[in-house]
Design a protein around this ligand. Structure first.
Ligand code: SAM
Length: 297
């Protein structure tokens, strides 16, 4: 056994025989081992594949070391503006449907945020905002910082915070995009409540109960009737791109918990949010993410 505690969705994916024969960056033996569900039950074969994927892919290595890290996103997002990757396993992962979905999520959400949350005298709290990718991209799209506007990124990861602070300084917007190190789940009394909350990529690894708890905690940061803009992974992702998730979840231990759209609706409702709209990262819908705009009670 691998010793990993697998989520139900990852376990289900692990039972499937998959075909990696078209993934030309992988040697035939690794293609075969990755495709075979029995590899996951054989410690020797499992270690062989894990050693291969984590030695050949920075994305796999990052997620294996810290599944909650936003460092992987700093590899995948730049493709949006021209990407340095040209080949190898990271190129395959970054150019998979799931890698593209992450970039489309960044583009669709940032365009929406630029239009709807970037308003004069308003305050955004970005819960688990990492290095501020959504803040920077939304402000880039808006083309200016609205008068008196503040976007605060609150995150547990000091490296992400430092990267974000450096970027804000280099853009000369360090008074408008601010970073705070902390756990948004344990915050009790907040000095400056936000008009708007952003919660992107944080619920993806949480089960229903934990997601409800997380959303309930997020309300502590918001003014009464404040709005939230959140994105979380749907089961569609595992169905349409099993190869990527076999490498990153079954082998790498990334414990994603993709949900159904009904689960997502239930989670927001139970946590005390009224859903205003649900989008997808694909304009035509049916994408990998549920992107939810909701108002707290
Ligand atoms: C997958 S990353 C998403 C980063 C960013 N929202 C994005 O989509 O580009 C998840 C981030 O949430 C942060 N995080 C998770 N739980 C947290 C908590 N309770 N308090 C603060 N940050 C948290 C992690 O440190 C990580 O940076």
């Amino acid at each position: 056994m691998t010793g990993l505690v697998l989520s139900e969705q990852v376990k289900e994916l692990g039972k499937k025989q998959l075909d990696f024969s078209n993934v030309s960056c992988l040697p035939p033996r690794i293609q075969e081992l990755l495709g075979d569900p029995f590899t996951l039950k054989d410690p020797k074969k499992f270690q062989e594949v894990l050693k291969y994927t984590t030695s050949k892919s920075e994305i796999a290595r990052i997620l294996h070391d810290n599944p909650a890290s936003d460092a992987m996103l700093r590899i995948v997002y730049p493709d949006y503006n021209g990407h340095p990757l040209t080949d190898g396993l990271d190129y395959f992962l970054s150019h998979s449907l799931s890698g593209q979905a992450l970039r489309d999520r960044l583009q669709i959400c940032s365009s929406w945020l630029a239009k709807n949350f970037l308003l004069p005298q308003k305050r955004v709290i970005d819960l688990g905002g990492g290095s501020g990718s959504y803040a920077f991209e939304s402000l880039r799209i808006a083309g200016r910082v609205p008068n008196g506007f503040i976007w605060e990124c609150l995150d547990l990861d000091p490296i992400a915070i430092q990267i974000g602070e450096d970027r804000a300084k280099s853009l000369g917007i360090q008074n408008s995009v601010i970073f705070r190190h902390g756990n948004f789940m344990s915050a009790k009394s907040i000095q400056k409540l936000a008009d708007f909350g952003v919660l992107i990529g944080v619920l993806c690894g949480m089960d229903k109960e934990t997601s409800i708890n997380c959303l309930e905690r997020s309300k502590v940061h918001l003014k009464k009737c404040g709005e939230i803009f959140a994105a979380t992974l749907l089961i569609q992702s595992f169905n349409e791109d099993p190869l990527t998730f076999r490498i990153l979840c079954n082998i790498g231990g990334w414990q994603l918990r993709p949900k159904t759209i009904e689960d997502v609706k239930d989670i927001f409702k139970t946590a005390g949010f009224k859903i205003i709209n649900i989008f997808s990262e694909r304009p035509e819908g049916n994408g990998q993410y549920a992107i939810v705009h909701a108002r707290r009670d």
